[in-house]
Design a protein. Structure first.
Length: 199
């Protein structure tokens, strides 16, 4: 299996389904047991967040949020960066980091072309959106994959635990914005604006 993943001997979607065929064939696991691993509750939770991402993109909600914040913050580079970081972090709390970044990058690109931003400013803005997506993703259970894996581990090892989606979010939300590395990421991007000479 490792060779199939590493060398991509088959498309990854095909490789991911090989255990369904070969585990029962070689009596490693039953078909029922293998398929249950594919359809865990956390998998459906993550799939639900991707469906929300598609709904947000189809309804252009992300564009409306970004345009409202641009109207609020203006076109100053520092304020523009803040105006993109806030909606990215907020969207990333409910949609996966990757989906949020993929939605916000084309909007950011079109704004940067419109204001004729320099290369170093463009690079800083792209990094700011990526950092904001990661920071927002740590705030809720469905914001990033490792949070879902953590919840699944708790659920599997302590099925009688009172920890629910709501409780996990209450615990994660303050942590997402109070961790020193997250604050340093936000502050360094905002305070240490590129001061290099023009290329």
């Amino acid at each position: 299996m490792g060779a199939f993943w590493g060398l991509e001997l088959q498309p990854l979607a095909v490789t991911s389904l090989l255990p369904v065929i070969f585990y029962p064939l070689f009596s490693i696991m039953s078909t029922d047991a293998v398929c249950r691993e594919y359809l865990k509750a956390t998998t459906w939770l993550f799939l639900g967040s991707l469906i929300v991402a598609i709904a947000v993109e189809q309804s252009n909600l992300h564009r409306r949020i970004a345009s409202q914040l641009l109207n609020l913050f203006g076109l100053s580079p520092r304020l523009l960066m803040l105006g993109f970081m806030i909606p990215t972090a907020l969207l990333s709390m409910w949609i996966s980091n990757t989906a949020t970044t993929a939605m916000m990058m084309p909007i950011l690109q079109s704004v940067l072309v419109e204001i004729e931003a320099e290369k170093n400013i463009r690079n800083m803005m792209f990094l700011a959106v990526a950092y904001a997506a990661n920071i927002g993703g740590t705030g809720t259970l469905i914001g990033t994959g490792p949070n879902v894996v953590f919840y699944d581990a708790i659920y599997q090892n302590c099925p009688d635990s009172p920890i629910s989606f709501f409780v996990v979010d209450l615990l994660r939300l303050p942590l997402g914005y109070s961790q020193p590395d997250n604050l340093l990421d936000m502050a360094s991007g905002y305070v240490h604006w590129p001061a290099r000479p023009k290329e």
